[in-house]
Design a protein around this ligand. Sequence first.
Ligand code: DLL
Length: 432
Amino acid sequence: MIWNESIECMDREGLRKIQSIRLKKMVEYVYHNTPFYRKKMQELGLTPDDINGIEDITKLPFTTKTDLRDNYPFGLCAVPMSQIVRIHGSSGTTGKPTVVGYTRKDLSLWTECLSRCFTAYGADNKDIFQIAYGYGLFTGGLGAHYGAENIGASVIPMSSGNTDKQIQLMHDFGTTVLCCTPSYALFIADAIKDSGIPREDFKLKAGVFGAEPWTESMRKEIEEKLAIKAYDIYGLSEISGPGVGFECDHQNGTHLNEDHFFPEIVDPHTLQPVEPGQQGELVFTHLTKEGMPLLRYRTKDLTALHYEKCDCGRTLVRMDRILGRSDDMLIIRGVNVFPTQIESVILELPEFEPHYLLTVDRVNNTDRMELKVEARPEFYSDEINKMLALKKKITSRLQSVLGLGVDVKIVEPRSIERSVGKAKRVIDNRKL
Ligand code: DLL
């Protein structure tokens, strides 16, 4: 099913025309309404007349999270506060949150994007959505909420946590679609098993998972444990929140709503555009946002884009799974390591649960990685030889995939702390 066929399946030439018209208008708009961009453009010797189409986008300056922090809280808003009707933000781990302001029109376009996502997952007004993303400054809860209401579905605004209640209502209300982070989905799956309620008594059929990187093997794990189809949803607060991108039934990449958010992939070092299909940093330019439009916002997310039409009929560009954020990349003894690589190794081996905690330390000037990973109950044993054999198996697999030695500690099932939101799987104790 397609929510907005005329846009989602538009020929690419037509789409490019729309993007060009919108970009030109947007540059004009920010030049006159966001002093930050006027200054940046003036420094580059640019005026709005220099931007005549989407091909001119590379002339424009980049925007970074630091720019948002420097203009905290509302310095990048292009409208007076009287027109801002919603404020969201991402908390980050330290310091001040990144703040985003939405006008009424921004909220309505965001809702349109989410309606496209949910329709692509096969949902409609007969579905019951359980929103188990956090409600609050985080965009997950309210973003998904309005999108689901807009397609006419019944919405249970649960927010994250309170897992026993989640399961009770999921059962009693007949939830068909669960929205939460992939790590929370795993937590919920185990809790359903513990509840003793048979799977047949639940009506759950699909899951809308995002807000953190997750691998293809994690998808399989969730699909098996919950007996549902698991879909990816991508987004970031700076651009709008969930719904910047979504998977269709073919699950051949995450379609981006590029009539509103123009995507580019650049080499994170040179900042030059890369060829389609090549991996690099994802960059977005708002084409329609009013409240706080951004030009060439560097997401730090590493991925690649594919422009061939999808078998679902959509022409919207398809994005590969996010490998990770460039700031999540660990450099261990000079080797680049992404937590998603570790997740893939763990899930490849049937003996382990997809729960892990990686701790990085520097001992005598050498980086050391310790990985705590849970064995599945049927493989966990008191017999030391069995455990040593398991440890050897995973250590040698990690060595061959990462090219690095990892000190593995196999721990009891359910002993690693579970997450109800974005999982924290890495602790880096090095003072770099
Ligand atoms: O996480 C928005 C969101 C909510 C997306 C609910 C999907 C579902 P932020 O808190 O600003 O916003 O974090 C954005 O999370 O730059 C990515 O690094 C990561 N991320 C989001 N979705 C995915 C995904 C929300 N599907 C940051 N796959 C982004 C991988 C994701 N990473």
